[in-house]
Design a protein around this ligand. Structure first.
Ligand code: ZN
Ligand code: FE
Length: 244
């Protein structure tokens, strides 16, 4: 059995976004994913010991990057993001492409390019720790809107994420699970795994808790966008959700 050293904790920011605090237990290194609001992120970093070693960005939207320069200036840490979108991201110290690796202490992430929501969207996979930071590509019971990419691109991106090990923890950029569950139940009302996940989401939100991370195997059983059998079916679902 592998030693799982990295812990990912959601930090609620803005109205329904999550930044993520990553802590590598072996080295004490701390990373932040998608810092879009300074105050709650600084509070989380200070509560974790007051050091920051790395900022990871998934895509260029303001609700994921807006406080990057403020957090970088305060802690003096490097920033990593997609080489493909370097021209419209905050200044990058590590401009990353598909298959490249980035280290956080003793933990290592592989970059997975996931175009669809935006052209240069990337996800970070810490394989040894079973953690996937996937921004606005895959949500619990949903997926990101096609703002810059085609249905074909997003379908291919989701297929790549769906092929990861089932125990992978999905750490995404928004708390959209409640509204996603409503749509998922509308299109797949008799799916018992979906009904169970929707009930769990309702209970977590009633208790004021995040519904994330989600487990990939549970998403594969319940998320209609992962269960779409082909690209045309996926495109139709995505269009239907946009109107829902
Ligand atoms: Zn976005
Ligand atoms: Fe977003």
């Amino acid at each position: 059995m592998q030693f799982m050293s990295l812990i990912a904790t959601p930090i609620p920011i803005l109205s329904d976004n999550y930044a993520w605090l990553l802590r590598d237990a072996a080295s004490g290194a701390i990373g932040i994913v998608d810092p879009a609001e300074a105050a709650p992120i600084v509070a989380a970093i200070e509560a974790a010991g007051g050091r920051l070693d790395l900022i990871l960005l998934t895509h260029h939207h303001a609700d994921h990057v807006a406080a990057t320069d403020a957090i970088r200036d305060r802690y003096g840490c490097p920033v990593a993001g997609a080489a493909a979108d370097a021209h419209r991201l905050p200044r990058l110290d590590h401009a990353l492409r598909d298959g490249e690796h980035i280290a956080l202490g003793s933990a290592h992430a592989e970059v997975i390019e996931t175009p669809g929501h935006t052209r240069g969207h990337i996800a970070y996979r810490f394989a040894a720790d079973g953690i996937l930071l996937c921004g606005d590509t895959l949500f619990s019971l949903g997926c990101g809107r096609l703002l810059e990419g085609s249905a074909m691109e997003m379908f291919a991106s989701l297929r790549r994420l769906a092929a990861l090990p089932g125990e992978t923890l999905i750490c995404c950029g928004h708390e959209y699970s409640t509204s996603n569950a409503r749509f998922a139940l509308h299109v797949d009302p008799h799916n018992a795994a979906l009904q169970a996940r929707a009930a769990a989401i309702t209970a977590l939100r009633a208790a004021g808790k995040p519904t994330l991370p989600a487990k990939l195997d549970e998403e594969l059983a319940a998320n209609p966008f992962l269960r779409a059998s082909n690209e045309a079916h996926f495109a139709e679902l995505r269009a239907q959700k946009d109107r829902f």
